[in-house]
Design a binder for this molecule. Structure first.
Ligand SMILES: NC(=O)c1ccc[n+]([C@@H]2O[C@H](COP(=O)([O-])OP(=O)(O)OC[C@H]3O[C@@H](n4cnc5c(N)ncnc54)[C@H](OP(=O)(O)O)[C@@H]3O)[C@@H](O)[C@H]2O)c1
Length: 332
């Protein structure tokens, strides 16, 4: 089993985080080629921890292959890398696609992480599961950690099932981090910031729901918070997100467009944002409307999110540096 670390109360977290170099964690990130996983790998590495990331299809250099179906392969990974902590940043994350493939959603978002969490518990390895505030029905958001989930679609049901399976398999020792509206540099370039950038530079009208709310969240902030919590072997439910739980998509798109302009991108004259009610969009999966999260637990840690404009500068810089031509050509 790997070394133990942390052990202090959360009140000592800020101090301990600054001393991360003296308490290196050996981290395994499942889904290291994905949006959040890549930033966790990158941040942990920069903070002086030892880190291994996995990919399934996007073979970024530095990552090792792993498919969540392969239980023996996971045991071998644990044997070879001897991590102190595993982050599950993987899954079937296409919300509308899950509607057509409910078995796959259940398998990849709930059963697989449940099995991996069980393997980790048997070896004393801390486990983190990435969940979503889409577990809520969005009628009375923004939500605190003690609000009751009531998922509206296949993706959300599979994620809530994942939370429960991971907690049961880990004897309530796992960290369940709910996130929403994540943006940042990404090999596949699929998150909302990239969608807006394409429309902004190529000239397109984005039709966006005027009534869906959530906290735009920089993947670099999430990585910083996750690593700080993992350093302490934090457990239980945590809402991790940016400061605006009431931000709508059109508003977020305008914030992105302004930031792109400030960072020197040329606004195409035909770029436009059209705000329409969710009903009009006929998205395949029903969406929770007020799905924002209150982050009081996180706020107590004293690790405030970065400034929005800076986060867009970092996205553009990291994208140029790591993913030129928008391809998955380099890795952390
Ligand atoms: N992004 C958000 O706004 C958001 C919001 C709420 C919750 N979350 C949750 O946060 C987690 C990470 O999300 P993300 O947006 O970073 O995901 P993402 O960009 O779609 O990346 C998913 C990662 O998982 C890997 N993967 C997919 N299926 C796998 C499997 N069966 N076995 C092993 N690896 C597999 C992918 O590998 P390849 O790409 O190499 O195939 C990729 O590395 C997910 O659990 C998601 O539900 C994300």
């Amino acid at each position: 089993m790997g070394m133990r670390w942390g052990g202090g109360g959360l009140e000592s977290l800020t101090f301990k985080t600054r001393r991360a170099m003296n308490h290196p964690v050996n981290l395994l990130v499942v889904g290291g080629s994905g949006l959040i996983g890549w930033h966790v790998v990158r941040h942990a590495d920069g903070a002086g921890h030892r880190v291994t990331g996995t990919y399934r299809q996007a073979a970024l250099p530095g990552l090792v292959p792993f498919d969540g179906r392969d239980e023996r392969g996971f045991a071998e990974l644990l044997q070879r890398h001897r991590p102190d902590a595993v982050v599950h940043a993987a899954g079937f994350t296409w919300v509308d696609g899950c509607e057509d493939q409910p078995e796959r959603a259940l398998e990849e978002n709930a059963l697989q992480p449940g099995r991996l969490a069980r393997e980790c518990r048997q070896r004393g390895i801390h486990f983190t599961y990435l969940s979503t505030s889409y577990v809520f029905d969005g009628r009375e958001g923004p939500y605190t950690e003690d609000a009751t989930p009531n998922p509206l679609n296949v993706y959300s049901r599979s994620k809530w099932e994942g939370e429960r399976r991971v907690q049961a398999a880990s004897g309530d020792g796992a960290l369940i981090a709910r996130v929403i509206c994540v943006y940042g540099a990404e090999a596949r370039g699929k998150n909302f910031a990239y969608q807006v950038r394409r429309a902004f530079t190529e000239g397109a009208t984005l039709r966006l729901p005027s009534d869906q709310e959530g906290n735009p969240s920089d993947a670099r902030d999430l990585a910083r918070w996750l690593v700080a919590l993992i350093e302490q072997r934090a457990a239980g439910l945590w809402h991790l997100g940016g400061p605006r739980p009431d931000c709508t998509r059109p508003e977020w798109a305008r914030m992105l467009a302004e930031a792109f302009e400030r960072h020197g991108l040329r606004r195409h004259p035909q770029f436009a944002v059209e705000a329409v009610p969710t009903d009009v969009l006929r998205q395949r999966a029903p969406r929770p409307l007020r799905a924002g999260m209150l982050t009081r637990r996180l706020d107590l840690l004293g690790l405030p999110p970065g400034e929005f404009g800076d986060s867009i500068g970092a996205l553009l810089r990291l994208d140029r540096e790591w993913f030129p031509r928008g391809g998955a050509s380099r890795g952390p």
